[in-house]
Ligand binder design. Structure first.
Ligand SMILES: [Zn+2]
Ligand SMILES: [Zn+2]
Length: 129
C-alpha cells in the first residue's frame, strides 16, 4: 500500500507511516492502492480504479463509558442509556420501549461497544477507552 499522506510505498499495512509519521490512511493526497495523487474529494482513484480508503474518525467519547452504560442499566431493566450518551436519542427511546429488543439488541450493542465498533451520532467510532 501507499501512504495517503506522503505517497511513499509502505510494506504491509502499518499503523504509522515510517516516512511522514502520519496514519497512512488518514491522508487524502495519494491513492493507497497505486500512489497516484488524489484530492480530498476523490472517492475512486482514476488510475487504478479502487475505492479510496476513508480515514476512520475516532469519537472523543469514552469506550469504557459506552460499554458500562450499555450493560449496567440493563441489569435493572433499563436499556438504551448508552445511546442517549452517544446522542442517538431516537434509537435510545426505541431501545427503552422495547427493553433493548428483549435484551438481544442490548447484547449486540454491548459487543459492538466493547470491541470498539460502536459509533456516535456523527458516525465516529468509539475507540478510545
Ligand atoms: Zn507518509
Ligand atoms: Zn490508485
Amino acid at each position: 500500500m501507499f501512504c495517503r499522506n506522503c505517497g511513499k510505498k509502505l510494506i504491509g499495512s502499518p499503523e504509522i507511516c515510517l516516512n511522514c509519521g502520519a496514519k497512512p490512511l488518514a491522508g487524502t493526497n495519494f491513492c493507497n492502492g497505486c500512489g497516484a495523487s488524489t484530492t480530498p474529494l476523490t472517492e475512486i482513484c482514476v488510475k487504478c480504479g479502487i475505492r479510496l480508503a476513508k480515514a476512520i474518525e475516532v469519537s472523543p467519547k469514552s469506550r469504557l463509558a459506552v460499554t458500562l452504560l450499555s450493560v449496567l442499566p440493563g441489569c435493572f431493566g433499563i436499556a438504551g442509556v448508552h445511546r442517549f450518551y452517544l446522542g442517538k436519542i431516537g434509537t435510545g427511546i426505541a431501545m427503552l420501549l422495547t427493553l433493548g429488543g428483549l435484551g438481544i439488541w442490548t447484547l449486540i450493542d454491548f459487543i459492538f461497544a466493547v470491541s470498539g465498533r460502536m459509533k456516535d451520532k456523527e458516525d465516529k467510532v468509539i475507540e478510545n477507552w
